[in-house]
Design a binder for this molecule. Structure first.
Ligand SMILES: Nc1ncnc2c1ncn2[C@@H]1O[C@H](COP(=O)(O)OP(=O)(O)OP(=O)(O)O)[C@@H](O)[C@H]1O
Ligand SMILES: [Mg+2]
Length: 292
């Protein structure tokens, strides 16, 4: 697709048509995906990406076909956490083939496109001072491209790892024909809860059910529990993942903990959370089908 800088002055590009065609490709692509789940938290650093990588691994270990889209364009971590960093992207007739992790998880991330570790993502605008006015539209375009032009193939589950920020879900949900549900992540701290409450409000307004709240890094902070927050917000509590340095070490090595140490407490809790999310998706599907 042409970019804005390419079309300045040419007067002949039909942006609406190009976006429409891409949206149609996206629809066709996602028609082969049984469930799309977004992992969100307004708060940064609470473990969205770690939970995404491990949920993906739990389902891949069960033999399901899983994809992960790293929707964090500025701070992409999925390629590292799933061990596909540095893999070459192959462009075929059907789009870009996503690299597969050791467990067969198909991964697409901005990290696979940036030329070096130190290269930040910078949006090209007529001047950098103007780039902030374009950023929202450009991010949405990039995500639309990732969804539409990646040859995901048939998937049981596509997980979206969102960046921090309470408003990010709205952008992503707006691109998707169907969102099966959201998983909200918090840590047991009042400061985090203050922000996560806002995310829950936004998630509840999305056209998809809030599948539940995960508490991460349990034991590290003295704040109120995620279970309490979930109860107050009226959403399911999916479980608590203890703080465990081994989880961070495994992520750095590109091997999700649930695969490398499945019997440790954190992995067991992640496996239980994956089962609870799977059940919540099935329930939502059944009640959606029943209500028409
Ligand atoms: N339960 C845990 N125990 C120990 N370390 C953890 C745990 N969960 C996450 N971490 C580590 O904490 C750091 C932040 O986690 P992560 O990157 O998953 O958070 P995030 O919410 O995705 O951050 P961002 O908002 O920047 O996207 C990482 O180094 C990760 O390995
Ligand atoms: Mg992250």
């Amino acid at each position: 697709m042409k970019r804005y800088k390419d079309i300045a002055g040419d007067g002949g590009s039909n942006i609406a048509q190009q976006v429409g065609e891409q949206q149609a490709r996206l629809q066709a692509r996602l028609a082969e995906v049984r469930a799309v789940v977004a992992v969100v938290s307004g708060k940064g650093g609470v473990g969205k990406s770690s939970i995404t990588a491990n949920l993906a691994a739990c389902w891949a270990l069960e033999g399901r076909r899983v994809g992960v889209l790293d929707a964090d364009l500025n701070g992409p971590t999925m390629a590292t956490m799933l061990g596909v960093r540095g893999r070459r992207l192959v462009v075929g007739a059907d789009g870009v083939t996503p690299p597969e992790s050791a467990l067969g998880i198909r991964v697409m991330s901005m990290d696979l496109l940036l030329p070096s570790d130190d290269t930040p993502l910078v949006w090209e605008a007529p001047t950098q001072a103007e780039s902030h006015t374009w950023r929202g539209a450009m991010e949405a375009n990039a995500l639309r491209e990732f969804l539409a032009d990646t040859a995901w193939g048939a998937l049981d589950m596509l997980l979206l790892d969102l960046p921090p920020g309470t408003d990010r879900l709205v952008t992503v949900a707006g691109l998707l024909p169907v969102l099966s549900g959201t998983v909200v992540v918090t840590i047991p701290s009042d400061v985090a809860h203050l922000v996560v409450r806002k995310s829950i409000t936004i998630a509840a307004q999305a056209k998809a059910p809030v599948l539940g709240l995960v508490e991460n890094m349990t034991g590290l902070f003295p704040g109120r529990s995620g279970a309490e927050l979930a109860r107050e917000a009226g959403i399911p509590f999916l479980g608590a993942v203890p703080f465990d340095p081994a989880l961070a070490a495994a992520a750095d090595l590109g091997e999700p903990l649930v695969a490398s140490a499945p019997t440790c407490a954190a992995a067991r809790s992640l496996l239980a959370i994956a089962a609870a999310v799977g059940a919540a998706i099935s329930d939502a599907r059944t009640s959606g089908a029943a209500s028409g």
